[in-house]
Structures are given as structure tokens and as C-alpha cells.
Design a protein around this ligand. Structure first.
Ligand SMILES: Cc1cc2nc3c(=O)[nH]c(=O)nc-3n(C[C@H](O)[C@H](O)[C@H](O)COP(=O)(O)OP(=O)(O)OC[C@H]3O[C@@H](n4cnc5c(N)ncnc54)[C@H](O)[C@@H]3O)c2cc1C
Length: 438
């Protein structure tokens, strides 16, 4: 499906809210309010954008040296508005022994001596039931729908090629009849709630995407979501930063949050952020620090159920365009995703619950290189320095935490997990609506 068709169809069903910078609320801009956003990843940047749109002055701080230098750097680049199934589902119980013991499982749980991991795991297992999984799916689809409207409002301001933004759909290739049946069940559950999806036979799938020839004989079928999109996540972060600077947002990089000062006479309020660069007086605050949010919440005496799920990616140059699908692809057998970003292919995969270590594991990178070669032969040449590892900020239910914190002037926008790029703009809009409704 072409980008033009996509934009037309979404504006028909969409927000009807005009250009991005038009305010969504009815009130006049309140320039006197100042909000400090902790975290310059895709979630913090999108939050800053909606805050600016609502008339607030904004400062963004981050311990790293630029926008999107954390998990938003090398992710799978898929805007996956219809493929939001939570990780916690009733089928996980039967897979648990394999996840704990197998060395070749794409999803791996390595128990550690970390009470944070154990309490997260407990909540995760409690969420592994049909009722909760249905509820999470519904909540995620609603948020994804809002996010699509908001993301498209932003992207409508930017020439698509600048961000490698395309909407050629997504195909999830399923290896076995059992996997296909499970995916079709999820598709049925989502009917009417999210984008249109179709089940495809192997022949139909290969007709749609002839570049998947090497999957012939290895699939039972596929699920096709024609309206899904892809965008260069890092380019989007940089574009957000650039446009926000032009609207007066201050960026403080290389500034690590170390603690907070409470307001005199009001212990529920924070008066200043203490960082390795000194003290910064604050008015309102939004915590959007991805996997760093847990430690920051702890500094303020509360806990948030966000834990890192490590993943890896590589990026290759597409040498033969005909031999690489236009749609984003998920190989469900290997749990690897492929997405075109301009003339390059982003390959991302693996999910490890094993703590905060984001070091590269060469075996995982070699596996991604091998999978790409098996899928597309010599049509893709790996870029030498593209190997990357990042930590998804996941909650036990996969539903992000968008709410006020126990601190009266701090709001939370965290835990977008495996879908942070997809959900960032919708999460930001939700959060600012909450702030407005205070
Ligand atoms: C392999 C992989 C593939 C993925 N693929 C996709 C995909 O295809 N589609 C999709 O939608 N999502 C995908 N994701 C998920 C997505 O990348 C994340 O959900 C998203 O990047 C999270 O954004 P964030 O802004 O919350 O976190 P981050 O981008 O990590 O930003 C948080 C920022 O907070 C800063 N910070 C933390 N602690 C402190 C502190 N104490 N002081 C100052 N600053 C601090 C960090 O430096 C960081 O820059 C993928 C993730 C991985 C790992």
C-alpha cells in the first residue's frame, strides 16, 4: 500500500485536528508553566513535543550526549500499530521450561540475584492468563490507534524520505500450523479493535512478497497487516530535537540525574533535580527515562515495575532491491524482524531478561547476520559498525505506565517495552491530557 493511500485513509478515519502544532485542548496557551522531561529517547522527545504544543516551556535532560542515544537508537524501526499482543499470555506457561533452560530460545530468562527481577517476574506470571492478555491487547490497540493519529500528524510535517518513512505493511511469517492457529486466534480477538489483518497461505504470501522465496517450505502461512509502517527511529529522534529546539526547548545532555531536593514544607513535591552537572530548580517534571526510570523512582521512594529486556540489531545495505521485501517482515520462528529504512535493512531480534547489561554478544550478532543471509542471500551487505544492543523498558503486562507519580509534580511516561517507537506519540498525548485534567 502506498504512503499516499495510507495518509488518505488515516485522515478519513483520523483526528481531523489540523497541523501538528495546533493545540488539542480548548484553553489558551499557558507559557508560564515549565516542565522538565527526564530522558531524550523517543518517548521523552514525543512528550516534549506535546507539552510544547500545549503551551508549556520545556527542558529535556539526558545523561547521554544526544537525542535517541539509548534504546531508541537501533531498534527494529517498525510502526507496528496492529501487532501489539502482550508478551504475557496464557500460552507462556507451557513454554516456560524452554525459556529458562534452552540456549537457543530467542526469548530467554536468566534468573539473577535481583529482587527487582523476581518481583517483575512474579507480576509477569500473574499476567499470563487469557483475561489479562485480552485486556492488555485492547488497551494497547487503543493506545496504538491514538499513536497512529499523533505520529502521522508529526510525520506530515516532514518529507517522508528524510525519515525513511514508508507504509508497505507488515507480514508475520509463521513456521507451523500451531503458530498459525495461535496467530489467527489473536487476529480474531483484535477484529474491529485494530487495523485490518488477513491470514495468508504460503502461496498468497509469496505472491504478495516474492522476495520471501527462501521461506518456501518453511512456513505454514502468514498474517498480513497492510497498513503498517516503518520509520528510521534515530532520524525521527533527531528531527524531533531539531524542531523542538526551534520552538525554544532547552536540551541538557551529559546530565545524569543523581537525586532530588524536596520542596520546603511539602515533602510530596520536588523543588530541584540534582545531577552530576549541578542543581536545577524544577516546576513540573515528566519521567521518561526508559530502563533508567526504576532507579530514578527509587531515589524518590517509590517503585515502578519496569525491567530491561535486551535485544540486538544490525543494519545492512540493500544491494538488490528486488530481492528484499518492501513490507516489514517478522520471522516468528526466530523472532527476528526486518524493516527497510531507505536503502538499508534493519534486522532486530532476541529478548533476554537478564538485567541491565547492554554489552554486545557477538554470538547474537553473528546469528542475526546468518539469519539475514539465509533469508535474502547476498542481496544485503552488512554495515561493519552497525552491531547494536539495547534494553527495552518492559512492564509485566506490556502496557505502558502513563500516570501521576506519588510525587505531586512528577508524571510518569515509561514502560513502552517492545513498542516504544510505535506508542511514543500516543503515550505523550495521553500524558499531557492527564496533566491538563489535573
Ligand atoms: C532490539 C529492539 C528492537 C525494537 N524494535 C522496535 C520496533 O520495531 N518498534 C517499536 O515500536 N519499538 C521497538 N523497540 C522498542 C523501542 O526501541 C523502545 O520501546 C523505545 O526506544 C523506548 O524509548 P524510551 O524513550 O522510553 O527509552 P530510551 O530511548 O532508552 O530513552 C531513555 C533515556 O533516558 C536517559 N536516562 C536514563 N536514566 C537517566 C538518568 N539517571 N539521568 C539522565 N538521563 C537518564 C537515557 O540516557 C535515555 O537516553 C525495540 C527495542 C529493541 C531493544
Amino acid at each position: 500500500m502506498s504512503l499516499a493511500v495510507e495518509r488518505e485513509s488515516s485522515s478519513q478515519s483520523g483526528s481531523g485536528e489540523g497541523s501538528y502544532w495546533e493545540t488539542t485542548g480548548s484553553g489558551a496557551p499557558r507559557k508560564h508553566e515549565h516542565v522538565t522531561v527526564i530522558g531524550a529517547g523517543i518517548v521523552g522527545l514525543a512528550t516534549a513535543a506535546v507539552l510544547v504544543r500545549s503551551g508549556r516551556a520545556v527542558t529535556v535532560m539526558d545523561e547521554l550526549q544526544g537525542p535517541g542515544h539509548g534504546t531508541s537508537w537501533g531498534n527494529g524501526c517498525q510502526l507496528s500499530y496492529g501487532y501489539v499482543a502482550p508478551l504475557a499470555n496464557e500460552g507462556l506457561w507451557s513454554e516456560l521450561p524452554h525459556l529458562l533452560c534452552s540456549s537457543d530460545s530467542p526469548l530467554k530468562i536468566r534468573p539473577r540475584l535481583d529482587p527487582g527481577q523476581w518481583s517483575w517476574m512474579l507480576s509477569f506470571l500473574q499476567a499470563c492468563n487469557a483475561r489479562r492478555s485480552r485486556q492488555s491487547t485492547t488497551e494497547l490497540l487503543e493506545l496504538a490507534k491514538l499513536s497512529r493519529q499523533e505520529t502521522e500528524r508529526w510525520l506530515a510535517m516532514v518529507e517522508p524520505s528524510v525519515l525513511s518513512y514508508t507504509c508497505h505493511g507488515k507480514v508475520v511469517v509463521l513456521p507451523t500450523e500451531a503458530a498459525l492457529a495461535k496467530a489467527m486466534q489473536q487476529m480474531k480477538l483484535q477484529e474491529g479493535l485494530g487495523p485490518v489483518q488477513h491470514a495468508l497461505t504460503e502461496e498468497e504470501c509469496l505472491r504478495l512478497e516474492p522476495a520471501l522465496q527462501r521461506f518456501r517450505g518453511k512456513m505454514a502461512g502468514a498474517i498480513h497487516t497492510p497498513s503498517e509502517c516503518a520509520v528510521d527511529s534515530l532520524a525521527l529522534c533527531r528531527n524531533l530535537e531539531q524542531q523542538l529546539r526551534a520552538r525554544g526547548v532547552e536540551f541538557r545532555y551529559g546530565t545524569k540525574v543523581l537525586g532530588f531536593e524536596r520542596a520546603a514544607g511539602d515533602s510530596h513535591r520536588v523543588a530541584a533535580v540534582v545531577s552530576d552537572q549541578g542543581r536545577l530548580a524544577v516546576d513540573g517534571m515528566v519521567l521518561a527515562a526508559g530502563v533508567g526510570s526504576r532507579a530514578i523512582a527509587r531515589m524518590l521512594g517509590f517503585s515502578v515495575p519496569v525491567y530491561p529486556m535486551k535485544g540486538y540489531s544490525i543494519t545492512g545495505r540493500i544491494l538488490d532491491s528486488e530481492a528484499v521485501p518492501r513490507a516489514s517482515i517478522t520471522d516468528a520462528a526466530k523472532k527476528v524482524v526486518y524493516a527497510r529504512i531507505g536503502s538499508r535493512l534493519r534486522v532486530a531480534g532476541f529478548a533476554e531478561l537478564q538485567g541491565y547489561d547492554s554489552a554486545l554478544d557477538t554470538a547474537k550478532i553473528e546469528a542475526l547476520v546468518q539469519y539475514t543471509h539465509e533469508a535474502f542471500g547476498s542481496a544485503v551487505e552488512m554495515e561493519p559498525d552497525s552491531a547494536w544492543a539495547g534494553l527495552r523498558p518492559v512492564t509485566p503486562t506490556s502496557v505502558p505506565i502513563i500516570r501521576q507519580s506519588p510525587v505531586s509534580n512528577m508524571f510518569l511516561n515509561i514502560g513502552q517495552g517492545a513498542l516504544g517507537l510505535t506508542l511514543a506519540f500516543g503515550s505523550a498525548r495521553r500524558l499531557v491530557e492527564l496533566i491538563e485534567a489535573r
